[in-house]
Design a protein around this ligand. Structure first.
Ligand code: IVH
Length: 678
């Protein structure tokens, strides 16, 4: 049906308003209306278009998704070739570039625009009379592929140019990319669906744009920053790169917010150094900086050689991946005795730092990589994380390459190594605090920020204190004197005194910190806090039974056993009393429990066994606890009730023997229904 004039006007108005809101939301990241209001406008437009099909236009916001899958991509010839950039890998090359530019155009100081080099793929967007009519990949620079349907699904790309006046024809170019967050989420989805994961955000962006079915592209979190113009039929474009970026922004394109106008090569290099520092904090990948001569007439007079402009340069960041040789594999012993294999590497410069060690995580990782000593490997470093071996280059494997044998004895204390976890992937030294490696890690944990927070007591100092036999256990820290400390390497008298003061200060602590500082296996900050809140005093924690410990919601049988066993070791009890004698102290509050006195289950000890139908055992446990009951793991004379689910085990027999009252699930539900007078 042909639309009446009123409907036509309303549709045009809705399209304009929706495009404007889209720009605020996806480009400016600053929405002016709520999602619900946007949906309302969109639905109104959809209804109009459904009623009058002649109202559907290519630039309608209803047309982003929904095109049919293609069987192949058409070729696109770029009328203006899509150039590549010359690269510079160090500052000297940038200085030479600037000198060549100045000599050619005969000026002393050149204005450049410095922009991040986004690590995605170059895309061309063609607009006719303001409407997006074609999107194409760069391809080889001369011929690319038509990915119009797919680029239409990218929300930060305008389907219609904003503003009053649009050129009859303009081709805008830029980089399509994926954020790290979008990339990780996409890989999560791929993994759950049993599909192949992408190796990095750039591959993910390229793979997403090359989907034949635009519905798939629409699900991918793609974004685009624009930075150049190709084909064009207007003379009225800004004559400066910096002004061009502003014009692109006015037309509704997303432009890198980090682009800056700089003067001369010194400012280029200063910008580069700033970006090297900021790089890790950006939400998307960049692999360098692009410097472009700002003046368009100067660009024209400089011209192009072999497909790269003389007026632009890509100053690359140091690689995040590099190849090197594994000279040896050694193991490190952690605080809990876990033995981690480490690759000792031929030193290599990766991502701006020299790397000579890479973690190999565990035994199965070495098997997965099929790594041998002598292998050539790819080492990867991302941000501040510990460098890892990404893969082995098998074709470079020397004949003499040796397999690594996991040790049977701890390399530090010679105690036996035990293997745990699925298929024994976790190797552990059984030496406990007898092992000086474990002792050092234990001492470091005790001093760390979230534990006793002893300012200035760093790893190097602790290593020396242990090696010199000055410190054997954590209580020895509090007997240290400034004179002893001043004898250590790298510790001047002043710092020695500061450290003694810091030790003194750390004695005033909290029960939570103290419990965490003990380094009990699997007792992290959270569990330490729960213990402190629940028991209020160290003695109550130390006296708690395993059953009692398990009544705390997040504490299961293994952690309960770890805590219970820890406080039964004479050595640990001895160290704790020494710490107390030497002045370590914290406020004790007594248990901060709710008042359950008016509740039926207050003070009752209940044991659950068998399968419940209406809820899980954990849910039942929580509900009973809320009503003041203590839920214990095993039946004893102190047990008040045993709740029997289906197929109860030995706990039912025990309850029978001891004459403990037993309730079935129905009675449990009655009990949970609430307290009532008996
Ligand atoms: S300018 C003549 N600017 O780098 C201008 N390119 O190595 C040519 N790239 O194919 C491109 N960010 O994919 C330019 N701000 C930026 C860029 C950028 C990323 C990519 C683009 C291009 C490649 C050249």
């Amino acid at each position: 049906m042909t639309a009446p004039i009123r409907a036509r006007q309303r549709a045009a108005e809705l399209r304009a308003r929706l495009n404007q809101h889209n720009y605020h939301y996806y480009v400016l990241d600053d929405p002016v209306i709520s999602d619900a209001e946007y949906d309302l406008l969109l639905r109104e437009l959809q209804d109009l278009e459904a009623k009058y099909d002649d109202l559907v236009t290519v630039d309608s916001p209803t047309q982003r998704v929904g095109a049919e899958p293609l069987s192949s991509f058409q070729e696109v010839k770029h009328k203006v070739p899509m150039l590549s950039l010359s690269n510079a890998f160090d500052e000297h090359e940038v200085i030479s570039f600037d000198r060549r530019v100045r000599e050619r155009i005969k000026v002393d100081l050149v204005e450049y625009v410095a922009e991040p080099k986004v690590d995605g793929l170059a895309i061309s967007l063609l607009y006719e009379h303001g409407a997006l009519v074609r999107g194409a990949t760069r391809g080889d620079g001369m011929t690319g592929e038509d990915v119009t349907q797919n680029v239409r699904t990218i929300r930060s790309i305008p389907l219609r140019l904003l503003g009053e006046k649009s050129p009859r024809l303009i081709e805008v170019r830029g980089e399509v990319f994926m954020t790290f967050k979008g990339f990780l989420a996409l890989n999560d989805r791929q993994r759950s669906a049993g599909l192949k994961e992408f190796v990095n955000p750039r591959n993910a962006a390229a793979g997403s744009l090359r989907q034949l079915d635009p519905a798939l592209t629409a699900e991918r979190p793609l974004q685009m920053f624009c930075y150049a113009v190709g084909e064009l039929d207007t003379e009225e474009l800004p004559q400066s790169q910096y002004e061009l970026l502003k014009q692109l922004r006015r037309w509704g394109f997303a432009v890198s917010p980090l682009a800056e106008l700089v003067e001369g090569v010194e400012q280029c290099l200063a910008y580069y150094r700033r970006m090297v520092d900021r790089r890790g904090a950006l939400s998307y990948p960049i692999d360098g900086i692009v410097y472009k001569v700002d003046s368009v007439s100067r660009q024209q007079s400089l011209g192009t050689v072999s497909r790269a402009p003389r007026w632009a340069l890509a100053h690359k960041f140091p690689a995040q991946e590099e190849t090197t040789v594994v000279n040896a594999i050694e193991v490190q012993v952690g605080r809990t005795g876990a033995i981690t294999p480490v690759a000792r590497l031929e030193p290599v410069f990766v991502g701006g730092v020299t790397v000579s060690n890479a973690t190999l995580h565990n035994r199965s990782e070495i098997e997965r990589l099929d790594l041998r000593i002598g292998d050539t490997v790819v080492v990867r470093r991302a941000g501040d994380v510990i460098p890892e071996v990404a893969k082995v280059i098998k074709t470079y494997r020397p004949q003499a390459a040796k397999r690594f044998q996991f040790p049977q004895r701890c390399p530090v204390c010679r105690s036996e190594v035990v293997y745990e976890g699925g298929e024994g992937v976790i190797a552990r030294c059984s030496g406990g605090l007898y092992c000086s490696a474990q002792r050092k890690e234990h001492l470091k944990h005790f001093a760390s920020r979230k534990a006793m927070d002893i300012d200035g007591l760093g790893d190097k100092i602790i290593d020396q204190l242990v090696d010199a036999g000055i410190v054997g256990d954590i209580s020895d820290f509090y007997a240290l004197t400034a004179a002893q400390l001043a004898g250590l390497d790298r510790l001047a008298e002043k710092s020695a005194q500061n450290l003694v003061d810091a030790l003194e200060q750390s004695k005033q602590t909290t029960l939570q910190r103290f419990l965490f500082a003990m380094g009990i296996s699997q007792v992290g900050e959270t569990t330490a806090r729960q213990l402190a809140d629940h028991y209020g005093s160290l003695d109550s924690v130390m006296n708690a039974t395993e059953d009692d410990l398990q009544s705390i919601t997040d504490i299961g049988p293994i952690v309960a056993t770890n805590i219970y066993t820890f406080f039964r070791q004479p050595h640990n009890k001895e160290v704790i009393s020494k710490l107390r004698r030497r002045g370590v102290t914290w406020p004790e509050t007594g248990p901060t429990k709710r008042d359950y006195s008016n509740l039926l289950l207050s003070g009752k000890t209940i044991v659950l066994t068998g399968t419940l139908h209406s809820m899980s055992r954990n849910e039942a446990k929580t509900k009973l606890q809320e009503l003041g009951a203590k839920v214990a793991a095993s039946v004893s004379r102190k047990t008040d009730f045993v709740i029997l689910g289906a197929d109860p085990g030995s706990k039912a027999t025990k309850a029978e023997q001891l004459g403990v009252e037993m309730l079935d699930e129905e009675q449990l539900l009655e009990l949970l229904a609430g307290p009532r007078p008996r």
